[in-house]
Design a protein around this ligand. Sequence first.
Ligand SMILES: *Cc1c(COP(=O)(O)O)cnc(C)c1O
Length: 445
Amino acid sequence: MELLRHIPQVSKLLPRFTHKYPQELAKRAIREVLERVRQEIREGRRQSLEDLEKLIENRLRELSRSSLKKVINATGVVINTNLGRSPLSEYVLEFIKEVAGGYSNLEYDLQEGRRGSRISHVEELLKELTGAPAVHVVNNNAGAVFLVLNTLARDREVVVSRGELVEIGGSFRVPDIMRASGARLVEVGTTNRTRLSDYQKAINENTALLMKVHRSNFYMEGFVEEVSVEELLSLGLPVYYDMGSGALIDLKSLGINSQEPDFKSCMRIGVHVVSGSGDKLLGGPQAGIILGREEFIKAIRKNPLSRALRIDKLTLAGLYATLRLYLEKRYEEVPTLRMLSERPQELKRKALSLARKLKKVPELEVQIIRDSSKCGGGALPELELPTYCVAVKHRRLSTAQLDRALRLSDPPVVARIKEDMLLLDLRTLQKEEFSELVKVFYNLS
Ligand SMILES: *Cc1c(COP(=O)(O)O)cnc(C)c1O
């Protein structure tokens, strides 16, 4: 308690930090640390004030560090929602820079010299790539689902299978967003089996839509039955398909063993409205893509909420450039597609090269193992992509400690743990990141 009286005043401490840090930040750090120290003294957990300046310096360093930063993704999860989903290519970034760094014809029709539509820029590309009769684009797919339901089914009924009322990452649950949109949810079938007759029985004069939701992040095996979109179309009511991951092309053509539905096939069979994300399998920026028949898309675009969910110009530029890559079939320049389709031999070569570098790091035990990576991002949940990993163990740190130290490094490295080894999965690691990655390991020892 005596110690409390020896705590220096903020004004005494301040000059020791203001040569290096802004005054307000220094004040904040000092106040925070002093408060913590007082608390510790009162609780009898502190006997000295020796480390006071060091604590303040540490806090200041924490406060001045950028919170949002680049991370090295060694998890092998390609579309990693926690780590920002799809990375964008150089080509796309250059295009965003060009459009957003100055003025653009975002909403200006250069031909006519009058106001234009921002959607028009991606509209033609999406029509060309998917065969869709009409197109709309919003901020993200959650927004798209909300907008579609609010436009086409407010105060009316939407029939959905119980097996498709999924949760996609903590904050998006299909039944919740349906309710929020003003649509009345009519659940049919059971968790594992839903038949066409279940839908049929639920239809009445209040039914606005039959909705199908892509299960995205899980799959069911065993005694399972579901109704295909084709069958739903046979019932004669408008069908809305939330595709979630939204592949733009058939991924099998890139050698990816995938059962994912793609926009083009859905348009070919005549689904009335479909929606999907821009930053999942499509590999672009966050966006919600809505495709479908003219009269539905027209109504959706006219909904005043469309303005509230408007796609921003950075995103639009990124989406536009990504679609250009598809149009020109430059799939290897879409990082998500490149990582998903990378061959095991190539991953092995990369693993050998990284392992050679890491073996020189003191205290590290390094080996190469075969494992499998995941697609992530609510796509291809059943797919195991054969991969190669560099597995490391540290002689002084436990695997959990090593994992934590890497996460707190600069740049942070996020890996995965398996059988008490830390795995660096080469599927999501770029060769250009190797030297930074190796440096992080040297800094540990
Ligand atoms: C991911 C997903 C969403 C949400 O999409 P965001 O682009 O993240 O808003 C909605 N529905 C399904 C089926 C999904 O997989």
